[in-house]
Design a protein around this ligand. Structure first.
Ligand code: PEP
Ligand code: MG
Length: 764
């Protein structure tokens, strides 16, 4: 059989295994069979003891499972792990590293091939095959085993994490303070109860949930099955005239699958055992799907598609039913999802929501930015977190370090309770700064503006003493709708923002969708969305959207005259010229309607490398320039801001980014155009020091960060900041820049604003 098909089947089978031991058993038996060899074994490295344990084998004595244990550099297994490379030996027992365990009975096996199992740079264990004959495994065999191991690493990591979450750590010990690592999404810490949200009608995403009222779940399930039967019958009748009898028979096959004796019977057994209907349905359907897909007969393997389709249909009815039952939210809800979306943030009442956790995404995803705006601790990209198993569990979220803890001990809770108290104290102290100006000790004024999107941002901004809005993300109201808002709806919404801040300026950015900002009603499918149809590229291609939006903005500003317009994602001069032409046209049309508005200042966001090198040319055309450091960092470093795999490479303080920011400031000054910055860097106290020193005298940030930044800037001199900047610009790695800043903040008395460190005692 061809290798990829074989691998796919092994991975599928392993994925549907219920726990780690079962998954490893499947791996050793299938790999041994596929490679026609005599022994296949998996040794996993216990992170607590740093020892390998034989976890599963086919071919060695079964009694040695769980007994054979080697330290991390012992034996051939240890050698594979230390070198992190395959080891292919013709006659293993003669190798100086060979270590003999009599209980395995492995002395008769001469040929040995071991490959490391590595997931995200972490060594999980070693996969070994052996044979009696004295021979070298050939190149194809070696390549196959390396491929199997690379594919299985993620599956093993995931089942290991799931095992830990069910309360057991490696080799069956009781788990405590288990830490899942992610990226710091929004500062703050919280202790609460997990509530897992998942996208509707996606069978794979349905989490497990233990329930007590099994009768109600059985009833909901019966009703869903009856509704699906009814749908299938109706479609069958409608099509009966157009189908041949053998095609019509397919509908009977479908109906047959819904008989109690088949799938529903198994689902009901799982419900009776305490699993909720949706989880039971997922388990049974995916088991069947995996089974059918692993059959080589193409007719039968195609049936997997039918079964999945049936499962989706039943799920849709179950979810419809569930949405009608009023929901109880834990008092301190921690929202957990495989992929958190802005729309999900509205699902839980604000007074019960204490933190957010997303398996996908990273600190610079827009949902993290919203979390910061809502002052909710948030961890993004916790890729090892088995979200589906967390519902109802007690968790600690540490948004400073990007850690999520399950099974917290009393000690760990005490430690975090202390941080929560400290945070409360700091924010009470900061409130006192509200009406004080942001002036450095040597008399330089820095304007602190806010980024908004939600109405709650406006309230918080005002209470934190914001002097204007540097970025109103207009896509936010577009994203929480299910259609494009009308001109009138937009006008009302924009008016609210403009009125709340008048006479202070409000900078409204034209629609910046694409990338990770999706509208459900305007789907865009692209291979490479961050380099694709985004921001101004879309609105120039759809002038009807752009014109309506600008008209709504202008009309909303009537009598207030505090509007500025900002253009996102500009990568060339022509885009600016075209946008200005459209804005001018709308302006004159609005005036012709008899509405008395002034022409608002128009600015361009510098967030694409080409714009960095054309700041002067672009700035000449407009009234001001605003730097979007979030995207600028992603495009300069070629690091997707949303991808947790490369999150460790995303550094807004990378020396290359600092050089670019400095150049922009000098060029904007050279042509005499006002300059501001509205990326997240402006809200980082260390970042704000560097930006002020570079000449950015308007910093726009999340309202939650504003008091901290004000407090730091009021306590330093610009001279001192310039000295810190000079030292940072002389370094060549982001880590050193971060250390210089942390040290400087500590010296200036702001230890609390450098991230406090958690105390992870074990990690997954
Ligand atoms: C930016 O890119 O820095 C920015 C402010 O815009 P957004 O985060 O909305 O892409
Ligand atoms: Mg941007």
């Amino acid at each position: 059989m061809e290798m990829l098909g074989l691998l796919r089947r092994i991975v599928q089978e392993v994925n549907s295994a219920s726990h780690l031991d079962a998954a490893l058993r499947v791996i050793v038996s299938r790999v041994r069979e596929a490679m026609s060899t005599e022994v296949c074994s998996v040794y996993l490295l216990d992170p607590d003891t740093n020892r390998y344990l034989l976890m599963a084998t086919e071919g060695l004595n079964q009694e040695s499972i769980g007994r054979v244990s080697l330290n991390h550099s012992e034996g051939l297994v240890g050698l594979v792990g230390v070198r992190e490379e395959p080891l292919n030996l013709e006659d293993a027992p003669t190798h100086p590293h060979f270590r003999f365990f009599p209980e395995t009975g492995e002395d008769k096996f001469r040929a040995f091939l071991g490959v490391p199992i590595i997931h995200h740079r972490k060594l999980l264990g070693v996969l070994v095959i052996q044979q009696q004959a004295r021979r070298l495994f050939d190149e194809r065999e070696e390549a196959f085993l390396v491929t199997v191991s690379a594919q299985l690493a993620a599956v093993i990591a995931h089942s290991e994490a799931s095992g830990i979450v069910s309360g057991l750590s490696f080799a069956g010990q009781q788990a405590r303070d288990v830490c899942f690592k992610g990226a710091a999404g929004a500062n703050g810490v919280a202790i609460g109860e997990a509530l897992v949200l998942f996208p509707p009608a996606d069978l794979n995403a349905v989490p497990d949930k233990i329930i007590e009222n099994t009768v109600a779940e059985q009833q909901a399930f019966d009703a869903a099955i009856a509704a699906v039967r009814q749908d299938i019958r109706q479609v069958g009748e409608k099509l009966s005239g157009q189908l041949r009898p053998e095609e019509r028979a397919l509908f009977d096959v479908y109906l047959g699958m819904l008989d109690d004796a088949a799938i529903p019977g198994e689902v009901k057994a799982k419900i009776a055992a305490g699993q909720w209907a949706q989880g039971a349905l997922r388990q049974v359907i995916l088991e069947y799907v995996g089974h059918f897909e692993s059959i080589s007969d193409s007719y039968l393997s195609e049936r997997a598609v039918d079964i999945r389709d049936l499962g989706q249909r039943v799920l849709a009815y179950l979810q419809q039913h569930a949405s009608q039952v009023p929901r109880e939210f834990p008092e301190r809800t921690i929202l957990v999802s495989d992929e958190l979306t802005p729309a999900m943030l509205g699902a839980v009442p604000r007074d019960r929501l204490v933190a957010l956790v997303s398996v996908r995404g990273s600190s610079n995803s827009h949902v993290a930015i919203l979390a910061r705006a809502m002052n909710l601790p948030c961890v993004m990209g916790a890729i090892e977190l088995p979200a589906a198993r967390l519902d109802g569990m007690e968790l600690i979220v540490d948004g400073y370090n990007g850690d999520v803890f399950s099974h917290p001990s009393a000690d760990l809770k005490g430690y975090y309770d202390h941080i929560i108290d400290e945070e409360r104290q700091v924010s009470t102290d900061l409130e006192k700064l509200r009406d004080l100006p942001c002036v450095t000790l040597d008399g330089f004024s820095i304007s602190l503006w806010v980024n908004t999107g939600l109405m709650t941002d406006v309230m918080r901004s005002l209470s934190h003493g914001a002097e204007g809005v540097g970025l109103y993300r207009t896509e936010v109201p577009f994203m929480i709708n299910d259609r494009f808002p009308s001109e009138l709806e937009q006008r009302d919404c924009y008016r609210e923002q403009l009125e709340a801040f008048a006479p202070n300026p409000v900078t409204m950015r034209t629609l910046d969708i694409g990338g990770d900002k999706k509208l459900t009603y305007f789907p865009i499918h692209e291979e490479n969305p961050f380099l694709g149809w985004r921001g101004i590229r879309i609105t120039l291609d759809h002038p009807e959207i752009f014109l309506v939006q600008v008209r709504a903005m202008l009309k909303a500003s009537e009598g207030l005259n505090n509007l500025s317009i900002l253009l996102p994602m500009v990568s060339n001069v022509t885009e600016v010229e075209e946008a200005l032409r459209l804005i001018n046209r709308v302006y004159w049309e609005v005036r012709e309607e008899g509405i008395d508005v002034v022409m608002p200042p128009v600015g361009v966001m510098v967030e694409v490398p080409s714009a960095v090198f054309q700041v002067k040319e672009i700035a000449e055309l407009v009234d001001f320039v605003s730097v979007g450091s979030n995207d600028l960092t992603q495009y300069l470093l070629a690091v997707d801001r949303n991808n947790p795999r490369v999150a460790n490479l995303y550094h807004a303080l990378h020396p290359a980014v600092l050089q670019a920011l400095y150049k922009i400031s000098l060029d904007a000054k050279a042509v005499g155009k006002p300059l501001s910055i509205c990326g997240e860097l402006a809200g980082d106290p260390g970042g704000a020091i560097l930006l002020a020193a570079m000449g950015y005298h308007t910093l726009s940030m999340n309202a939650a960060n504003l008091p901290r930044v004000k407090s730091v800037l009021r306590s330093i001199t610009l001279r001192w900041a310039e000295d810190v900047l000079r030292r940072c610009l002389a370094t060549d790695t982001p880590e050193v820049v971060r250390s210089i800043l942390e040290l400087s903040l500590k010296e200036a008395g702001f230890e609390f604003f450098t991230r406090p460190t958690g105390q992870a005692s074990s990690s997954a």
